[in-house]
Design a protein around this ligand. Structure first.
Ligand code: DX5
Ligand code: ZN
Length: 225
């Protein structure tokens, strides 16, 4: 079982109210949040189109937050350089989009940025295992990527546990991130399964952000998510 106190929450901006983005960022910061998850969707790898370099350029002027970019795009290699220049701390690409994950991990590292590799629900855990020691983070999608507000796919929880086991057995420091369908009801179970970096959109932004973060924190017995 993981230490719940080490769990870090990554609010997903996809669920933000863009009419109130300034005050919502203040609410997050005042709740002790300093990481933001930035979902990039290209209308090709996933059906939706979200936001990209232009929005990130504006967002990166707010120096209070570390930005974690999740590239749901068919051609991540073509975006790594421009994202790296915009102050992101992590860049995660999908293993389904490349024949050479090591090359992309090295490219991200060459810009001094942490590299994440993500797998969709239908992609086997085995496909990512050769890259766990090279990457800083593995993102296990707990819903089909492309939309916020979905329910978690229970079969993905087994993957979190198996990856946790693999990381521990091999004495690695690679973080396990999960994304999709997190609620204040299931977050503790997910953290106990091995998820250390937890992305949450709806659970953070729907309703009152300050109360939502406080509830999540209570679930995790954690003063500093
Ligand atoms: C889905 C995105 C998620 C999304 C999660 O493809 O990668 O980051 O914002 O939203 P919730 O937490 O509402 O499921
Ligand atoms: Zn995401």
């Amino acid at each position: 079982m993981s230490n719940l106190k080490d769990t870090i929450l990554f609010p997903s901006l996809l669920a933000a109210d863009f009419l109130k983005i300034g005050s919502q960022l203040d609410d997050l910061f005042n709740s002790g949040i300093n990481n933001l998850h930035f979902d990039v969707m290209d209308g090709h790898f996933v059906r939706e189109i979200s936001f990209g370099e232009g929005v990130l350029k504006t967002l990166s002027k707010d120096k209070r937050f570390n930005i974690d970019a999740h590239l749901m795009v068919t051609n991540p290699k073509e975006h790594i350089e421009s994202f790296s220049g915009l102050g992101v701390k992590n860049i995660t690409f999908h293993i389904e989009t490349t024949d050479n994950p090591s090359e992309l991990i090295e490219l991200i590292h060459s810009y001094g940025i942490k590299a994440g590799v993500s797998i969709k629900p239908a992609t086997s855990l085995e496909s990512v295992l050769p890259f766990v020691s090279k990457a800083d983070m593995i993102l296990i999608m707990t819903v089909e990527p492309g939309l916020g507000g979905q329910s978690i796919l229970p079969a993905t929880i087994e993957k979190i546990k198996r990856l946790d086991e693999y990381v521990k057995t091999n004495l690695l420091n690679t973080k396990i991130q999960i994304d999709g369908g997190v609620t204040s009801e299931n977050i503790k179970m997910l953290a106990e399964s091995g998820a250390q970096y937890i992305v949450a959109g709806t659970a953070v932004f729907k309703g009152n952000i300050t109360e939502n973060v406080a509830n999540i924190r209570k679930e995790l017995n954690n003063a500093s998510v």
